[in-house]
Design a protein around this ligand. Structure first.
Ligand SMILES: [Zn+2]
Length: 414
């Protein structure tokens, strides 16, 4: 029965395409189905063995995966792997004009200072850089993206974009006296995005840049929402919270920020701030370079570990601090892992497959099937869009990528 369906509805009888002088002069087949075959199909969960064919509608909506023998003719054949489109869980598209402008391996404190001093540019340069970055994201297979926003610079781009954008309005302020003002500015930015028809959620920047009062304001405004936060990107973040030492003290001093009211907790940053969120939020923890087993155990004992999503941005970690994230610890604890590129200020490109390749290079024992799930289905689950993207489940339109082993590259088919 299935065989009959696929064979006989792939191409309808020839239909008129154009009429000239009252006569049909050109005809075109109306394609109802497309069929794809490769060495392997990655479904979002599993790497299927050879001999399977992915059947979609003409525009790429998933119909089913069937045995090769049932697929009939007109199968498009690829060498390598077919994979759903990627979900990039951490980016800052508005920093795209900083591509190639920031020195590598300087450490986080210097990186932050460089970004702050160099982020100004003409509006035209910013728009052109963001457009170029967005095109790179699309061509390299990203379908959906969680994007950090400090300004409305990216609104017009996103209104016209093919990508799905989950926008985080980032707020920072360590000094309690300025907290309400900072929070109000973020909600104004959020309203600007919402009025433009875009998704927008308030989110804190990082534990070293958000004080207790600002954390409380964010907590009250984000019940049951997903929050993104740069987490334990540098050892000094833990030192700040544990005993009020490290490079951040000089950063505050140079910036004129008064931290006299800040008291160290004796705990790591994550163990200090995670309990601030009491409204059933999900936490998308980004970077996690200095997250350790005691941190994971703390989260598991004090709340539900499934509320936490651990975003790996390995190329940015290597770029900024020349460190590697503790992926084995996250795997050993069954943490929900997702991937992101971070921005072009701290990465050479926004290609998710380059993140996958770097993880494979430094962690050769991790199966590709597992890493691909982080890059697809897990990301979609974190952003709550698994009914649209992230897998080849029937009815989804997740994009179809071709991973070419020989070229060690990815290209978008649909
Ligand atoms: Zn970031």
């Amino acid at each position: 029965m299935r065989r009959t369906l696929v064979r006989h509805t792939f191409v309808q009888p020839l239909l008129p395409f154009a009429i000239s002088g009252g006569k049909f002069t050109l005809y075109q087949s109306i394609i109802l189905y497309r069929k794809f075959k490769a060495d392997n199909i990655f479904t979002g969960r599993h790497l299927l063995p050879a001999g399977q064919v992915l059947v979609t509608s003409a525009e790429g909506k998933i119909k089913e995966i069937i045995p090769d023998a049932d697929a009939g003719d007109d199968v498009e054949i690829y060498q390598g792997i077919l994979c759903p489109g990627f979900i990039n869980c951490h980016c800052h598209i508005e920093l795209s004009h900083l591509h190639g402008q920031i020195a590598e391996h300087t450490g986080l404190v210097s990186f932050v200072q460089q970004v702050m001093s160099k982020r100004h540019a003409t509006p035209e340069h910013k728009q052109q850089s963001m457009l170029q970055a967005q095109n790179e994201l699309w061509q390299s297979g990203t379908m959906a993206i969680a994007d950090i926003c400090n300004t409305a610079d990216s609104v017009t781009l996103k209104q016209q974009s093919n990508l799905y954008w989950h926008n985080f309005m980032e707020v920072a302020g360590f000094d309690d006296a300025g907290a309400l003002n900072r929070f109000t500015n973020a909600t104004n930015l959020q309203n600007e995005f919402i009025h433009a028809g875009l998704l927008a959620y308030i989110t804190p920047h990082a534990p070293y840049s958000v004080g207790k009062k600002l954390f409380d304001l964010i907590n009250n405004a984000t019940a049951k929402q997903l929050i993104s936060i740069h987490n334990q990107e540098t050892r000094d973040e833990n030192n700040l919270y544990k005993n009020k030492t490290g490079d951040f003290l000089s950063l505050y001093k140079n910036a004129g920020i008064d931290i006299s009211s800040f008291s160290p907790t004796g705990l790591t940053s994550l163990q200090s701030y995670a309990p601030y969120f009491t409204q059933q939020q999900g936490l998308l923890l980004v970077h996690n370079s200095f997250t350790n087993q005691s941190d994971i155990s703390f989260l598991a004992h004090t709340s539900n570990l499934s509320n936490y999503h651990f975003c790996i941005c390995i190329n940015a970690n290597l770029f900024i601090e020349n460190t590697l994230p503790p992926i084995e610890i996250l795997i050993d604890n069954n943490c929900h892992i997702v991937l992101g590129t971070d921005s072009l200020a701290s990465n050479h490109c926004l290609n998710m497959f380059e993140e996958i390749k770097t993880i494979q290079k430094h962690y050769p024992g991790i199966a590709l099937e597992k890493i691909l799930q982080w890059a697809t289905l897990n990301g979609a689950q974190t952003l709550g869009i698994q009914d649209k993207f992230g897998s080849f489940d029937t009815g989804l339109q997740p994009g179809i990528l071709h991973i070419n082993h020989q070229a060690n590259a990815v290209t978008r088919i649909i």
